[in-house]
Design a protein around this ligand. Structure first.
Ligand code: UDX
Ligand code: ADP
Length: 482
């Protein structure tokens, strides 16, 4: 019998989703013991660091939540087997990147980590266990998990008691940078499952701080598909507004005025209409490609193509910004110094997965530019990995070697602040909307550059008038006004 009163949770995967989500659950449910486990010993060590600025995930407010719950009922450990054995509920929150080889390469999600988790749960759990899919997964992954769990398992350590499992889908809708706010005050909680008691067991946890009307109960498949669809719709809005940004630049309109005018229509709504260098992050591209893969699999090529175009437009926006920089700098950036301000895929996170800065930097390096990169939260090592990975996604060790090859085209260096990044630069490209970049003192920065100098504001966050007054040329995304 499944108990609806959960006492012990194990979350497999201490990443951007598992870490913050479990921290909030532990904070809000002091009577539940929450163990977050990971194969990566360094990651667990960082989660346990007494210096909270060293947590492996940067999220505003996360340090306070961890400080309240860690050691009380929130534990980070590499002791995976024991944590699974003690748990009534196991969350699977591991990485599901797009496959790079084999069937579905470039589109389908690589489920090897999820499969490994399911096998480990099948092996180590005791008694009745509720398994919750937290990672974003392709539709019908629950079937994979179920079939691994369904072969009857004898529990050796528990006097031969039969193990039972229920599988739930509970996709996470938090956005990085606002994870804690999103977790503490979600628009909705989605729980998909067949067993009413298992669904209610999970609902009871959220009911500690989320009103019942915000908890949506659906079938497993609807829940899985809702997550992919939500991300596809959000990404589609960004590609739509970015397509209009190019038209605004060509015709003299301003995309922010257009966005504001359409956003006041309550049917359209004002959110997610900020034009920029294209969407990044671990979810949007992956989920759309997954959706497209599913559509093709189920014989719906037209639907697949429809969604694929959202990703194509996104790639185009990034390529067009790099081309535009070259064009404005008299058709060549070879040996010119370009400062990139912001490398994270959005502000308030240290995550760089699929960040537009990667492709834009890579394109400019290919043109021979000398790039100086500054980001308030992304370090040198991480940028190094990203730029190398952009060349060769398959093999990291190989990718590090390609760094030298790339440097023979152009060069990049890491800088600790804005002033050192822009000194002697011919151009500045703002790629992440960090607060710091909204209030730069252009009067004092402009003399440090080589003139004629440009500011390419791909997030439209800097003060356009102040930039002009300081004697700099400016290009702003979607701004066709003179
Ligand atoms: C997204 C979804 O929002 C979240 O619900 C899901 O759980 C995971 O994927 P995330 O990728 O963390 O979250 O951040 P989000 O705020 O959605 O931004 C994604 C990308 O879109 C960023 O690169 C951001 O800069 C870009 N974006 C967002 C825009 O370019 N314009 C906008 O108006 C909004
Ligand atoms: P997300 O953004 O979905 O949270 P991350 O890559 O940030 O993804 O985190 C996923 C975490 O899952 C990583 O820290 C990885 O080490 C961990 N992980 C992957 N497979 C396993 C496994 N079988 N057991 C334990 N941890 C795992």
């Amino acid at each position: 019998m499944i108990s609806t009163d959960i006492k012990n949770i194990c979350c497999i995967g201490a990443g951007y989703v598992g870490g913050p989500t479990m921290a909030v659950i532990a904070d809000r449910c002091p009577s539940i013991q929450v163990n977050v486990v990971d194969l990566n010993e360094n990651r667990i060590k960082d989660w346990n660091d007494s210096d909270l600025s060293k947590l492996p995930v940067y999220e505003p407010g996360l340090d306070d939540v961890v400080a309240r719950a860690r050691g009380r009922n929130l534990h980070f450990t590499t002791n995976i087997e024991e944590s699974i054995a003690n748990a009534d509920m196991v969350f699977i929150s591991v990485n599901t990147p797009t496959k790079i080889k084999g069937v579905g390469a470039g589109q389908a999600s690589d489920l090897r980590w999820v499969e490994a988790c399911a096998r480990q749960v099948a092996q180590c759990s005791r008694g009745n266990t509720i398994v919750v899919e937290k990672s974003t997964l392709p539709v019908r992954t629950a079937e994979v998990i179920k079939s691994i769990l369904s072969s009857p398992q004898r529990d050796n350590r528990n006097s031969g008691e039969l193990k039972t499992f229920e599988v739930l889908s509970n996709p996470e809708f938090l956005a990085e940078g606002t994870a804690i706010v999103d977790l503490e005050n979600p628009d909705r909680i989605l729980i998909g499952g067949e067993s009413e008691s298992a669904v209610e067991a999970l609902a009871n946890i959220y009911l500690q701080w989320v009103p019942n009307e915000k908890i949506l109960r659906t079938s497993l498949w609807s829940s899985e598909l809702a997550k992919l669809t939500a991300n596809a719709f959000l990404a589609q809005r960004i590609s739509s507004i970015n397509s209009v940004s190019a038209l605004c630049e060509a015709t003299g309109a301003d995309v922010r005025e257009v966005a504001n005018a359409i956003g006041t229509d309550s049917r359209i709504g004002s959110k997610f209409l900020d034009s920029g260098p294209g969407f990044g992050g671990s979810c949007f591209k992956k989920d759309i490609l997954n959706l497209a893969y599913l559509c093709r699999y189920f014989g719906l090529p037209e639907v697949a193509e429809y969604w694929e175009n959202v990703v194509k437009l996104n790639n185009w926006q990034q390529a067009r910004i790099a081309q535009l920089v070259v064009q404005k700098l008299f058709g060549t950036v070879a040996t010119k110094k370009i400062a990139i301000l912001g490398f994270a895929f959005k502000a308030d996170t240290n995550d760089t997965r699929e960040s537009p800065a990667i492709m834009i930097a890579k394109d400019l390096l290919e043109e021979g530019a000398e790039i100086a990169i500054y980001d308030p939260k992304v370090n040198n090592e991480q940028i190094k990995k990203c730029l190398a990975l952009a060349e060769n996604k398959e093999d990291l060790s190989q990718a590090y070697k390609t760094q030298d090859a790339m440097n023979s085209e152009g060069k990049w260096s890491y800088k600790n602040d804005v002033v050192s990044a822009i000194s002697g630069a011919d151009a500045i490209i703002i790629l992440t909307e960090w607060n710091e970049f909204k209030s730069l003192n252009w009067e004092s920065l402009a003399p440090l550059m080589r003139h004629p100098a440009w500011v390419f504001d791909a997030r439209a966050v800097a003060d356009k008038t102040a930039i002009r007054c300081a004697g700099l040329n400016i290009w702003r995304v979607g701004d066709g006004s003179k």
